[in-house]
Design a protein around this ligand. Sequence first.
Ligand code: GLA
Length: 388
Amino acid sequence: MLKLLSKIFVLLLPLALALSSCGDQVSSTPQTPTDQTMKHHDTPHIKQEKFGSVDGQDIIQYTLSNPAGMEVKIINYGGTLTSIMVPDSAGRWGDVLLGFDSLQGYLQKENPYIGCLVGRYANRIANGKFTVNGKVYQLPLNNNGNSLHGGQKGFSRVVWTAKPLPETNSVQLNYHSKDGEEGYPGSLNVQVVYTVTNVNELKIEYLATTDKGTPVNLTNHAYFNLSAGKDSTVLGHTLTVNADHFTVVNDKQIPTGALDSVKGTPMDFNQPLAIKTNIDKVPGGYDHNWALRKSTPGEPELAATLYHQGTGRRLEVFTTEPGIQVYTGNFLDGSLTGKYGRKYVKHSGICLETQHFPDSPNHPSFPSTLLRPGEKYRQTTIYKFSTR
Ligand code: GLA
């Protein structure tokens, strides 16, 4: 009998240990430096702290870090990135992400999608209308008579289920979007995994499945400013976009269906170019989708590079997606105050939204965004930080 009991104990011990270290619970116990060091040598420690609550649901902030010291913070409200700390070329750390100090900042209705996940369909759908299997679907219109970023709440203003995955230094977020939610057909299971690698990358892996045909286009709406507070705008940042064409839009930012060459236009970022160089020639500023040059579909490839000379910080964006919406924070007008008491003036940050083209459901010539039952939607985007 004793033998049997000790056998059970030996069998269950590893399970108990694994459960106690899996970090699913919210722990506010500060780690001793020894703990931290030890954990980094084996399984990384993912810090969790309460950030507030929404409709009685706890909002938790997770901190992913790597041995080099890079730190990324994520909350389960909107799957929002709240901070990215990376060094400059002199080894000084700075937060290169726009964001707010508290949950209230993210909850305010004026929050222009700062750092959050965007879906079910990122960007615009003309007149909020599309057809799947002969059936016409009408979405609520929230942007000049069109649908923008998945509707009123989309995936940006909802609470996601979060789970830390210390083994891979990741946080996994899940959201179940019901059939008919925001007007979209099919119940959609979405999973997003944020991972911080040892080479200062933030990797975002998206996965979705549906039980009815539906358009899906997921992205993240992080606003970057690599100066980390040195420059109030990104106009002095240098941008490179790996694209020969962009999608032409009408005055309501809806694609006409045409793809124009960037050659000889202010849209040509094939060579590194300061954002300010031609921005005045683009009415309203940059808020366009570039059609990326791709060689291996399904593989993350370099889409864009952002560089800030003053600090030497560089951000390279790799993606599996065919497009990137470059948005230079044109609608920021100084009325929002973010972290560190910074006022978010026009062009304070730049979004590099990797995605399918806007209004794809209404343009058969664009890469398809239709997800059918039995299929898997996948997209991977990597934000890689370095200095030069
Ligand atoms: C996207 C759009 C912009 C704007 C922002 C949010 O990037 O393309 O036009 O709506 O989101 O302010």
